[in-house]
Design a binder for this molecule. Structure first.
Ligand SMILES: Cc1ncc(COP(=O)(O)OP(=O)(O)O)c(N)n1
Ligand SMILES: Cc1ncsc1CCOP(=O)(O)O
Length: 579
């Protein structure tokens, strides 16, 4: 229930706007009003209205109702953060960090540049700040706000009182915008980015409009007239004092706290304090951490998160990014940047996928079977290694009766083997196992997870194969973003029960229309592999076999012979083509 104060206040808000008092934004209003408890509603309203805070009530309502991405069937509205900040030529902080942080969090980010700085990993260079004129900052704000639907404004470097005033003017025009204020005053290298004259306008006009203020210890101390902040207890006091200046939430960041084992931040929402702790990452690559944190908070708010979860997610993101970036070397200076996308790059490097899927790798596709390995008394890792040494060009782990934990362990060890030979490894059916072992892809059947969904989960780089028995299924696989199709069973087989065969004619019919490369499967071995490849379909790249390799005494030898047959078939088809 809304407190009577909240309800009464909201009625004043509605009256002032000629709106009916139908929708009381209970949570928003009570969050907004907590520090002003005890005042009569009329007076509260006047204070809030005069200090232009009523807009924030709206912005909170908006965010409570917000949907991360509004999809009306054909159009998707993406959560949107506008950053008003300075450019960092080194790409580590400022506008550049904000853009990367929002992109990494899946949020659109537009930019209003307040200053251009010449800086790198050493610091801001002499005469390295060129402030953009107030008129041109106003022009940029107009361009963005008159056209785009912005959810949250995030501020960074605001180098002059005039620029703050220009921004405040826009915020007054768009009272629904939520506001995240990162009071950037000094760069991580110690260079001053906003003079003392700024402090008054911050305190009196910008902070009262902010939904959240995110100062580090130095900035908190500056805003509080030089108050010493040396302990977590001091941070609590600072958060409370800053909150009294008007922002609805204050996050005092303790990254620079001396003798602190953890990275401690203190959040105060006017009612409760939250002490948020993260592991302190040992790294010199911290340039842009503050901008990144504030942008992430803004991004989460734009998605519709409440303040506390936005701050928690942002803090976790920064911690992870610091960890990913701890060993990168970008410049020669003492303070390197964060790399927001390192996780993606790491995946690419580790999986060795610098190239797109090569259909030629389908020539001899070895599909494992735990039962067969058990019968022959060998480990899956040895079986996979022997198959590759014999000439298998791609491997699929098809472990139908393995426990999940065992499957993941086996998959991890097979990944090591496959990577060492540069052979892709796919997982049959189990997207979770593929993710857990960072496999190169997944093969799914018609009754498994739809390929479109697998693609969404695995991303654009992984290989996806789909089993198909008809041209229609092959077409669907192509539409869904698969890389290849497996067609069969071509011949009867004991390896897969109740599996309708499609024969060579069925295989031909699919190959004829498939836009994707095809691998044939089912009952294929040394004696018929040549015949299968001889159907003369240019997109038939190879054969997938289980028993012909894994249900044999010597896997390596069987794979070698099969590969020879396939090479010979390829040779013959080249001769036919050129004849
Ligand atoms: C290369 C290749 N083609 C087809 C299959 C069969 O997959 P699916 O239809 O999912 O059947 P199961 O393997 O789950 O029995 C395959 N595994 N590989
Ligand atoms: C998994 C699968 N899908 C269609 S047939 C088949 C089994 C192929 O096994 P084998 O190569 O031993 O005939």
């Amino acid at each position: 229930m809304a407190s009577s104060l909240s309800a009464s206040l909201y009625s004043h808000v509605c009256l002032a706007r000629n709106e009916s008092f139908s929708r009381v934004p209970v949570k928003a209003l009570s969050r907004c009003l907590v520090p002003r408890k005890g005042l009569p509603a009329k007076r509260c309203f006047r204070i809030l209205y005069n200090r232009k805070i009523i807009g924030a009530v709206d912005s909170m309502v908006t965010r409570e109702d917000a949907t991360p991405a509004i999809n009306d069937g054909s159009k998707i509205r993406v959560p949107h953060v506008l950053t008003v900040a300075g450019s960092d030529s080194g790409g580590g902080a400022g506008i550049q960090a904000d853009l990367k942080a929002c992109a990494a969090r899946g949020v659109y980010c537009s930019t209003v540049i307040t200053a251009v700085t010449a800086q790198n990993t050493v610091g801001v260079q002499v005469a390295g700040v060129s402030v953009v004129s107030e008129e041109f900052v106003a022009e940029q704000l107009k361009s963005v706000l008159s056209d785009m639907h912005v959810d949250v404004v995030k501020t960074g470097m605001l180098p002059s009182v005039g620029i703050v005033k220009v921004l405040l003017h826009s915020l007054n025009e768009f009272p629904n915008l939520a506001l995240v204020v990162d009071p950037v005053m000094v760069s991580t290298s110690g260079d001053v980015l906003a003079g003392p004259s700024i402090i008054d306008v911050f305190r009196e006009e910008l902070l009262p409009r902010a939904d959240i203020l995110t100062p580090n210890l130095h900035e908190a101390s500056t805003l509080l007239g030089g108050k010493q902040i040396k302990t977590v207890g001091d941070m609590y006091q600072a958060a409370k004092l800053l909150h009294d200046m008007g922002p609805r939430n204050v996050l005092v960041k303790g990254g620079d706290l001396p003798d602190s084992f953890d990275a401690v931040d203190v959040l105060f929402d006017g009612e409760e304090f939250y002490e948020l702790r993260a592991a302190r990452v040992k790294t010199c690559n911290t340039h842009g951490t503050g901008c990144t944190l504030a942008s992430c908070i803004a991004a989460e708010l734009a998605k519709g998160s409440p303040i506390l979860s936005a701050v928690k997610v942002a803090k976790r993101f920064v911690e992870a990014t610091l960890d990913y970036s701890k060993e990168i070397v970008v410049g020669n200076g003492p303070q390197g940047p964060l790399d927001h996308f390192l996780r993606i790059k790491k995946d690419i490097q580790v999986s060795g996928k610098h190239w797109a899927f090569d259909p030629k790798s389908l020539v001899l596709y070895a599909v494992t079977d735990s039962g067969m390995n058990r019968n022959w008394g060998r480990s899956i890792m040895v079986a996979v290694k022997d198959a590759i040494e014999g000439g298998a060009t791609i491997v699929q782990l098809r472990e139908k009766d393995a426990e999940t934990g065992d499957f993941i362990e086996a998959a991890k060890s097979c990944m090591e083997v496959c990577r060492s030979y540069g052979v892709p490894l796919l997982i049959n059916d189990r997207v979770d196992v593929a993710l857990a072992c960072d496999a190169d892809g997944v093969h799914v059947g018609q009754s498994d997870m739809p390929a479109r969904l697998v693609r969404t989960i695995l991303g654009p780089d992984k290989i996806i194969g789909v089993s198909c028995k008809t041209p229609e299924q092959a077409h669907r696989a192509w539409v869904d973003g698969a890389d290849y199709i497996g067609c069969g069973g071509v011949y009867p087989t004991n390896t897969k029960a109740n599996n309708r065969t499609i024969g060579l004619d069925g295989l031909k019919a699919i190959c004829l229309t498939s836009k994707l490369p095809v691998v044939a499967i089912g009952g294929i071995g040394l004696l018929n592999a040549g015949t299968v490849m001889g159907i003369g379909a240019p997109n038939l790249e190879g054969v997938a076999v289980v028993s012909a390799i894994f249900d044999r005494e010597c896997i390596l030898e069987e794979a070698r012979k099969l590969r020879l047959v396939l090479e010979e078939a390829k040779h013959q088809s080249l001769i036919r083509e050129s004849a």
